[in-house]
Unconditional design. Structure first.
Length: 674
């Protein structure tokens, strides 16, 4: 068999149909049910598809100027309005062609050999037959033209439904039938001119459109089957079961996530509600229903099971990056070396080197995760559920690395308080060390939090937060204890020391309760409890109270000696004359013969926070640096910032001296906002 004409090979096209639909429907009014705007846009889009590429005019422009299907034949003269019958149909699926076929004809044996030859027993003749062949698609705009035609008819149907409150079903059915026809024609054209992925998208679109037409006809059984078929195809197109993705290729990963979001969102937000409505109508009519399609995630689950993962804050973090995996392996080897060196009792220089190496590895890993997160946020054109889940994974990776780094810094700082080095440390130095550790512990509360199902942050029952808060209570108890011991042993202020130790006792009990209530996976929980139990709070509080009693007795003895000395000299001590004065507060001297010094306070009160303007601290700092010229700076400041500037400083000072007030009192009231 031989053909009379040679067929050109068909070019295979790829069309992102659903991505284009999602973008255009979102941008042209469908989100706000403005189908008239989308209808007008589809009309303009059809015109651009027909005219913009010069190669598509021959197939899509309805003019006699482009009527001939033979490219070598000259155009019909007479302009665009000249009459010329169109010799081809752009949207036809098949055509009839005449082909030449070789037919074998039997030869009579009695015929002379001169007529048929020496070796021939049969003759071959050629006949022409008609054959039906598919029409190739010469340009991709033909496929886009079919899609936009279907969208325009669908938008027109929805526009009619919304514009007329009364039920006018016939015009709507007419438009939906036309949209279904264009969608079916698109499927037929895609089978011979598009790749497999585009064919599936066309089938999913056609199933959705035919289901819409059946739903308007109240044929709920056909509508349910159409929506179910469309959902199944969307699940296949989402790539959920595709395990051949390269996780290290960031571009492919972003495209896979966006594609997953596109089709899963379409299946869940558009197709599933319509399917359930059809199922509801079938149940009301007493007709059989079909099973709802579900997403099969076995491929992705198997892929995640094959990968390494880390659990952080009750979330599983998948380790799918090669660079991050290498850095974590290095960190693991450094930690193993630290354990071996700890058993060998290595020098502090080696420990310091290993500590700095671990911090460097954690910094590099954090940079890798930040680059991945920034690359995904920039490359992703949408913010669907899969993209947001991946960004949440990267945020939790950052939190895990920061938590590991802060934990190592806290452990390294707390090692300064070991038995060997703590002997040379005083209580004040220990207070500074615990204050630094406390600041690091509080920074753990600001780490990225996992989002719950409702889209919010972590709840109050987050085990990680509870463990951090319990550790903060422990550090506060230790810091307060050493601060009180510093007041007792170095400053000899027994009142503040006693208050601090009593507060430390309360914090210690709360910390023990919180640590005991945490899960067993809390690191160093037993060590923390033992450390709090070993605090000598009761003995320290008893020592301070004994010191206060001894101090009072010493003052009483001094008063008695002074009175006896005055009596020996023949002087009668006056009832109101105080032979001994101390700087103790007035409340402690009410029942003693101690007049006190002029600087003695009335009561020994704790410092109270006083709200001040920020400029107050600048002026106070300047006064502390230079007490001689600080008053001039205060006068200049008041002169610049008051509504009525001070004109004569001398007169004001005299008035203030006479009234018992002062510049500092007015300034303090202004700075505190009174």
């Amino acid at each position: 068999m031989s053909s009379s004409e040679t067929e050109t090979p068909q070019e295979i096209f790829h069309l992102d149909i659903h991505a284009w639909l999602d973008s255009q429907q979102t941008s042209h009014g469908v989100r706000h049910d403005d189908y008239a705007q989308y209808h007008a846009y589809c009309t303009r889009r059809l015109s651009r598809l027909s005219h913009k590429p010069s190669e598509a005019k021959t197939y899509l422009v309805n003019s006699s100027k482009y009527a001939s299907s033979n490219q070598s034949k000259p155009k019909t003269p007479g302009g665009r309005h000249a009459f010329c019958s169109r010799s081809h149909d752009t949207f036809a699926l098949t055509k009839e062609v005449e082909v030449e076929v070789d037919v074998d004809v039997d030869v009579d044996v009695d015929e002379p050999k001169e007529t048929i030859g020496d070796d021939s027993e049969a003759a071959v003749t050629t006949s022409t037959v008609t054959k039906v062949v598919p029409i190739p698609v010469p340009h991709e705009n033909i496929l886009w033209h079919l899609l936009v035609n279907a969208e325009r008819s669908w938008a027109h149907a929805n526009e009619l439904q919304k514009a007329h409150k009364t039920k006018r079903r016939q015009p709507v059915l007419k438009k939906l039938k036309r949209a279904n026809k264009w969608a079916r024609l698109l499927v037929g054209k895609a089978r011979i001119s598009a790749d497999e992925e585009t064919q599936k998208e066309c089938e999913a679109y056609a199933a959705w459109m035919s289901a819409n037409y059946a739903l308007e006809q109240m044929q709920y059984q056909a509508a349910s089957k159409g929506y179910a078929h469309a959902m199944s195809l969307c699940h296949e197109l989402s790539g959920e079961n595709d395990s051949g993705n390269n996780a290290n290729d960031q571009t492919d990963d972003v495209q896979r996530l966006e594609r997953h979001d596109l089709f899963i969102t379409r299946a869940d937000t558009i197709l599933r509600p319509l399917f359930r409505y059809s199922q509801y109508e079938l149940k009301q009519a007493g007709q059989p229903t079909i099973e709802e399609p579900r997403l099969q995630s076995s491929g992705q689950q198997q892929e995640q099971d094959d990968q390494d993962s880390i659990v952080f804050r009750d979330r599983e973090l998948i380790l799918d990056n090669k660079d991050l995996r290498v850095l974590l392996l290095k960190l693991q080897s450094v930690e193993q070396e630290e354990k071996e060196e700890a058993e060998k009792e290595s020098t502090s220089a080696q420990k310091e080197t290993q500590f700095l190496t671990a911090l460097s590895i954690l910094d590099d890993a954090t940079e890798v995760v930040q680059s991945l997160e920034q690359g995904l946020s920039k490359a992703a054109s949408s913010s669907g559920p899969a993209v947001q889940a991946k960004l949440q994974q990267y945020a939790l990776w950052r939190g895990y690395l920061q938590c590991t780094k802060i934990g190592k810094v806290m452990e390294h700082t707390e090692n300064l308080l070991t038995v060997d080095s703590a002997e040379s440390m005083g209580p004040a130095e220990k207070v500074h060390v615990y204050d630094a550790i406390l600041q690091h512990a509080k920074s753990l509360l600001n780490l990225p939090q996992p989002e719950d199902g409702s889209g919010g942050g972590a709840n109050e029952d987050d085990e990680f937060i509870l463990q951090v808060q319990a550790n903060i209570l422990r550090l506060r108890a230790l810091k307060t204890y050493h601060m009180g011991w510093c007041y007792y042993t170095q400053l000899f202020k027994y009142g503040p020391a006693l208050a601090l130790l009593e507060h430390s006792d309360k914090l210690s009990k709360r910390a023990q309760e919180e640590i005991a209530a945490c899960d067993e996976d809390m690191p160093h929980a037993e060590e923390y409890l033992q450390q709090l139990e070993d605090l000598p709070l009761e003995s320290s509080i008893g020592a301070i109270r004994a010191a206060m009693v001894l101090q009072q007795r010493q003052h009483a003895r001094k008063l008695q000696k002074a009175a006896s000395a005055a009596a020996a000299n023949g002087e009668a001590p006056s009832r109101w004359q105080e032979p001994v004065t101390t700087d103790r507060p007035l409340l402690l001297r009410l029942y003693e013969y101690d007049g006190g010094t002029p600087d003695a306070p009335i009561a020994d009160l704790r410092p109270m926070p006083l709200p001040c303007k920020p400029v107050f601290y600048d002026l106070a700092y300047g006064h502390a640096l230079d007490t001689a010229n600080s008053m001039d700076a205060l006068e200049n400041f008041l002169y610049q910032h008051t509504a009525a500037p001070v004109s004569n400083a001398v007169e004001n000072e005299e008035k203030d001296a006479g009234s018992g007030g002062g510049l500092s009192g007015g300034l303090l009231g202004w700075l505190t906002g009174k």
